[in-house]
Write a protein that binds this ligand. Structure first.
Ligand code: G
Ligand code: G
Ligand code: MN
Ligand code: NA
Length: 249
């Protein structure tokens, strides 16, 4: 309850901030996108991770206003990084909110960010209940011109039917497969088949949670196009990301 009270104040008191983590294209060896990751700078608890407050924000409905703030802030920030795409995580609650499509349109219009430079990350959980409705929302979003990525792939139901029915641009292989890539034969087999599958369906694959050079080399060898993880860069505040981008080029 105390946390809930504090969270209600967080937006007003300007305590939320976005950190950004680079997504690297292995072949071109360049940063092609950044993922926005929400942080809450709590006055006494310090930096609170979204794992702790997103569920609360979802239960209370606060995720709608917080989510819109995230979208707006990320799109605005992306303007200072020409050529880069910005990825924003959508909560299933936000995804189901009737105003989502209008909100996305409005934010793009207000900020002037080209729709193709925004990538929305959703998880499989948004697809399982009302598949028809989810398909309509995804098609409307695609209609605006934004990219859609399936996040944490392999941790949910991972129905191949979803990949057939929905217009995803990208699959993000969950970090649990990447972490165990070197010592679990099965992880390598799964990663390999997801890369093959997404290639044949004309989707990009991003491997998440890459922490070592060995993992990066393995993924490159498997034909993985894009990687993300602490080995390449941790999530950092916007100013640090700007410096990071300057050093990389
Ligand atoms: O960055 P970190 O590993 O702490 O993120 C933890 C979880 O919070 C991840 O599952 C991530 O997708 C989620 N998350 C981070 N930022 C946002 C956000 O802006 N909106 C939503 N809905 N989830 C987020
Ligand atoms: O659920 P989602 O994939 O959006 O969340 C990504 C989360 O993974 C973020 O909280 C981010 O901080 C975290 N993350 C990013 N790179 C790495 C990594 O290399 N290792 C680990 N353990 N976590 C990572
Ligand atoms: Mn994500
Ligand atoms: Na993920």
């Amino acid at each position: 309850k105390a946390l809930e009270y504090d969270l209600r104040q967080a937006l007003l008191k300007d305590e939320l901030e976005l950190h950004y983590q680079p997504l690297i294209d292995l072949e071109a060896q360049k940063v092609s996108a950044v993922e926005a990751l929400l942080r809450w700078r709590h006055p006494s608890r310090g930096l609170v991770s979204p794992g702790e407050f997103i569920p609360l924000a979802e239960e209370t409905g606060m995720i709608i206003s917080i989510g819109e703030w995230v979208l707006r802030t990320a799109c605005q920030q992306a303007l200072s990084w020409p050529g880069l795409r910005v990825a924003v995580n959508l909560s299933p609650v936000q995804f189901r909110h009737r105003e989502l499509v209008d909100t996305v349109k409005q934010v793009l219009e207000d900020t002037g960010l080209e729709p193709g430079r925004l990538e929305l990350e959703i998880t499989e959980s948004v697809l399982i209940n009302d598949t028809e409705a989810a398909l309509d929302i995804l098609s409307a979003l695609k209609g605006i011109g934004v990219h859609i990525a399936m996040d944490d792939f392999g941790t949910g139901y991972s129905s191949l039917g979803y990949l057939n029915s929905f217009p995803f641009d990208k699959i993000k292989i969950d970090k649990s497969f990447v972490t165990t890539l070197e010592d679990k034969v099965k992880s390598l087999a799964i990663v390999r088949s997801v890369i093959g599958l997404s290639e044949s369906l004309s989707m990009t694959t991003t491997a998440e949670g890459v922490e070592t050079m060995e993992q990066a080399m393995l993924l490159l060898g498997e034909g993985c196009k894009q990687v993300q993880g602490y080995f390449f860069g941790r999530p950092v505040p916007a100013l640090e990301m700007t410096a990071f981008l300057g050093n990389w080029q």
